[in-house]
Design a protein around this ligand. Structure first.
Ligand SMILES: Nc1ncnc2c1ncn2[C@@H]1O[C@H](COP(=O)(O)OP(=O)(O)OP(=O)(O)O)[C@@H](O)[C@H]1O
Length: 233
């Protein structure tokens, strides 16, 4: 079943006389339980797609179905509920609250949703239970990103959206985070949409959507997705 369907979606910005088509009439779908990667160079429109899908931005034209509901027509109040209950976010720079411990950061997210996972269980799933009482400053970048993944998972989201989750990490730490996201997708049957400029990681995805100048230039499924150990860049 398709969890996400984009139908002829546009996002236009008017800058005086000029119109920028950040997203230029794209259609694609993401199946339930899929690990989908949206790849493209800087300015291709990836962030705009993720922001629209996460209910943080709206499209100018088109239809976006998430679990058969058109999110492009939701009211502000409905969008808040959508972001809160249905979507988990993982950002490039973790966005942790610095005066809260790892566990408290996860609890904070769990508190605002309906059927949260236990925060210690979420930290355990990312291999960080023993660091639950540490503040972000006491954790490495990779560990902070693990906390942010635990925070997203604690919400039991239908869809996990990841915006360049390894962008601030070194090569090996980035690989560990990608392995964790792939494992989460497989074990918890979580649908993951990850955006990146790094085309080398696309073999690990079930589904690769390549963007260029706001358009989709490639939309393929990998018959045999690779594990991160099989990929080098
Ligand atoms: N608020 C805005 N106003 C005007 N133009 C915008 C705005 N947001 C994005 N754009 C333009 O839309 C296009 C797509 O931007 P977007 O951030 O989605 O690309 P991206 O693929 O995520 O790039 P990056 O990898 O650098 O983050 C770019 O040309 C960008 O300049």
């Amino acid at each position: 079943m398709s969890l996400v369907v984009f139908k002829n979606v546009y996002k236009r910005y008017r800058m005086g006389e000029i119109t920028i088509n950040a997203v230029d009439g794209i259609s694609f779908s993401v199946e339930e339980g899929e690990f989908a990667v949206v790849v493209g160079a800087s300015g291709a429109g990836k962030t705009t797609v993720l922001n629209i899908l996460g209910g943080m931005d709206s499209c100018t034209e088109g239809e976006i179905l998430v679990m058969d509901r058109d999110i492009s027509r939701l009211s502000d109040k409905e969008l808040i509920a959508y972001r809160r209950y249905d979507i988990g976010f993982v950002f490039q720079f973790y966005n942790l609250v610095h005066n809260l411990t790892a566990k408290e950061n996860v609890e904070l997210a769990a508190q605002i949703c309906r059927d949260p996972m236990d925060s210690e269980q979420a930290l355990e799933s990312v291999g960080l239970l023993d660091r639950k009482d540490n503040f972000p400053v006491q954790l490495s970048g990779g560990e902070q990103q693990r906390v942010s993944i635990a925070r997203a998972l604690a919400k039991n989201p239908k869809l996990l959206l990841c915006d360049e989750p390894t962008g601030a990490l070194d090569y090996n730490t980035g690989r560990q985070i990608l392995a964790l996201l792939q494992e989460t997708c497989r074990k918890q049957k979580m649908t993951v949409v990850l955006i990146t400029h790094n085309s080398a990681i696309t073999p690990m995805a079930d589904h690769v959507i390549e963007m260029k100048s706001g358009k989709i230039v490639r939309d393929i499924y990998n018959e045999h997705p690779k594990s991160i150990e099989e990929i080098e860049w």
